[in-house]
Design a protein around this ligand. Structure first.
Ligand code: GLP
Length: 230
């Protein structure tokens, strides 16, 4: 299997590397791209937006969405994606879970079926300080598919900084499961800054444990880690 680590000096450098990789992948027929939200992705989306990459034949899937937030809510991940990327780059289709779906179970099934119809060629991932990927918190089964996740206190604490009123921070989210993420053919994981060191140490250590969701990536056949954590 393939596990590559690319050490970069800056997130700007990471962005340039990713634009170049995507150019290659588009040439070889990239058709389904898995996208992530979070501050880690902002310089990457800026780099993509400024590039001349053409995604008009690419279907995009996002990892997760807060339950209770409509796409018009500025704290929703749908809003983030529209603002940061989709308003600047045309995609063939873009998919994200509907934060205000009436039937949550049905929404999960609908999303997983769509993923199965468009297997992801490249999945971008960030990582939470506690090792979560998407919103798969410690303890989540490695076999999990798209589901409703309850956020841990630490994730609520970290992410509530983006909400004007911390009370409005949702405590649940839709997320692709660890099993859904592992179906992607290639994974590009991004981690920057000291706050992510414990998670990267877990990934590069010997154990594979559901207590550190990121460690599942050791079982994936094709991972590229781009980081400034040495
Ligand atoms: C969120 C998202 C994750 C993301 C993580 C890190 O909780 N659900 O997909 O990877 O936080 O975010 P950041 O890039 O802001 O550190």
């Amino acid at each position: 299997s393939f596990f590559e680590i690319i050490y970069v000096g800056s997130q700007q450098e990471a962005s340039t590397i990713i634009v170049n990789k995507l150019e290659e992948e588009l040439k070889s027929g990239l058709s389904s791209l898995g996208l992530a939200t979070g501050s880690t992705m902002i310089p990457i989306y800026n780099g993509i937006a400024e590039s001349n990459l053409d995604f008009s034949q690419v279907t995009a899937f996002n990892l997760d969405e807060y339950i209770g937030l409509a796409s018009t809510n500025k704290n929703s991940f749908a809003f983030f994606m529209n603002e940061r990327l989709f308003s600047k780059k045309l995609f063939k289709e873009t998919h994200i879970q509907n934060g205000i779906a009436e039937d949550k179970q049905l929404e999960c099934e609908r999303y997983e079926k769509k993923l199965d119809r468009h297997p992801i060629d490249i999945q971008f991932l960030g990582v939470g300080e506690n090792g979560h990927i998407a919103f798969n918190e410690p303890g989540t089964s490695f076999d999990s598919l798209t589901h409703v996740a309850s956020l841990t206190d630490s994730t609520i604490e970290v992410n509530s900084q983006y909400f004007d009123d911390h009370e409005h921070m949702p405590t649940q989210a839709y997320t692709m499961g660890i099993g859904s993420i592992m179906k992607a053919k290639k994974i590009i994981l991004l981690a920057f800054g000291e706050k992510k060191r414990a998670a990267i140490d877990a990934l590069l250590g010997n154990n594979i444990t559901e207590q550190w969701p990121i460690t599942v990536l050791k079982k994936h056949p094709h991972v590229t880690l781009i980081t400034n954590i040495k």
